[in-house]
Design a protein around this ligand. Sequence first.
Ligand code: HEM
Ligand SMILES: *[C@@H]1O[C@H](CO)[C@@H](O)[C@H](O)[C@H]1NC(C)=O
Ligand SMILES: *[C@@H]1O[C@H](CO)[C@@H](O)[C@H](O)[C@H]1NC(C)=O
Ligand SMILES: *[C@@H]1O[C@H](CO)[C@@H](O)[C@H](O)[C@H]1NC(C)=O
Ligand SMILES: *[C@@H]1O[C@H](CO)[C@@H](O)[C@H](O)[C@H]1NC(C)=O
Ligand SMILES: *[C@@H]1O[C@H](CO)[C@@H](O)[C@H](O)[C@H]1NC(C)=O
Length: 334
Amino acid sequence: MSSFLVKLAIFSTLVASSFLCSWSNADQRRLSTTFYESRCPNVSSVVRGVVEEAAQKDVRIGAKIIRLHFHDCIVDGCDGSILLDNADGIESEKEALPNNNSAAGFEVVDEVKAALENVCPGVVSCADILALASQILVSLAGGPTWEIPLGRRDSRTANRQGANDLIPTPFDTLKNLTSKFDGFGLDTTDLVALSGGHTFGRSQCIFFRHRLYNFNDTGVPDPTVDTTYMETLRRRCPDGGDNGTLANFDPTTPDIFDNEYFKLLQNKQGILTSDQVLYSTSGADTIDIVDRFANSQSDFFERFARSMIKLGNISPLTGDDGEIRSNCRRVNYY
Ligand code: HEM
Ligand SMILES: *[C@@H]1O[C@H](CO)[C@@H](O)[C@H](O)[C@H]1NC(C)=O
Ligand SMILES: *[C@@H]1O[C@H](CO)[C@@H](O)[C@H](O)[C@H]1NC(C)=O
Ligand SMILES: *[C@@H]1O[C@H](CO)[C@@H](O)[C@H](O)[C@H]1NC(C)=O
Ligand SMILES: *[C@@H]1O[C@H](CO)[C@@H](O)[C@H](O)[C@H]1NC(C)=O
Ligand SMILES: *[C@@H]1O[C@H](CO)[C@@H](O)[C@H](O)[C@H]1NC(C)=O
């Protein structure tokens, strides 16, 4: 056979097989709220059981886990990559700058995984655990409930550099934030709604102390912080003090998922620069959105749910791609 014919034969086979593959796996390519209905019918109740117990020991667990889901999804899609520990060929995302000594909740993910491996081994991905646990915990904290599309698979790689480059930092300007979110396929309304995740949880002083004493090397504090709130934050985070001291994102209802966050922004009480810029950047189109969510908790809840689904749909691995890890911290051995 001439080399041309060989190439043609190989090419036709590839076309035919990729066509057949995509046809036979078509139902598995898209996430679906009923994905585990036959494969692991009890998945939700098993996850719920573990996280409800975890929430009794740690009021912050919902905050920790939804942040993991966010940081997972925006780095190469929702593929559980953030859960991998350092290993041969794996530079963990956990140690990327925005996550190191900050991202938390991994032990509870392990507990959920272990419980699921007991009832349906090898079936439920770690990426789906993050999505499910986030929803259950938001709703447990008083927030909205929504149906989560499922069927994500787990990566066999991590991307430390990607995590460093893509995860928003508290020092980002509004432009930086909107352009990063745009890169994730998330619009300005998604940015404002999802920032509402800062309605619960804590921040370490290191992420906002720069606002309190010598903002931007101006010699004066950040003018977009309310003066009384400034006193509170300074008492909490003295100049030169411990970087790891925690402050509530929402001093009014620290552990409740509500729309209080947006009222704080209206009152110059956003804790991070990246929070307050949503309201204090003059002429920004985010201002009206903050006002809308501050005025209507149901508008916020509805949009938050929709934006969480968009976040959770970022480039999942599906079909035969990736794997279902049996331990969320490591890729499977074969
Ligand atoms: C818009 C850009 C964002 C920036 C710059 C940002 C930055 C941060 C920072 C610096 C912390 C404190 C971490 C620490 O002290 O260790 C934090 C905590 C947190 N973030 Fe964000 N974040 C952003 C968006 C989001 C989104 C979209 C969500 C979820 C939908 C989210 C959920 C959380 C939660 C719940 C916490 C508290 C975690 C805890 O208590 O352990 N954040 N974020
Ligand atoms: C699913 O949960 C129900 C009620 O919690 C229980 O009766 C049933 O045995 C469970 N099924 C499996 C397969 O674990
Ligand atoms: C992460 O933090 C630990 C403990 O502070 C430190 O030893 C380690 O070098 C950090 N990792 C990276 C990649 O910076
Ligand atoms: C924001 O974006 C600008 C332009 O791309 C870049 O120069 C700057 O370093 C970014 N700022 C932060 C804090 O990432
Ligand atoms: C602080 O610095 C950033 C980046 O250099 C700049 O974009 C921002 O406008 C400055 N803010 C103030 C209030 O000076
Ligand atoms: C806190 O963090 C800043 C900035 O990274 C660093 O310069 C300072 O030495 C740290 N302070 C303490 C007490 O660790």
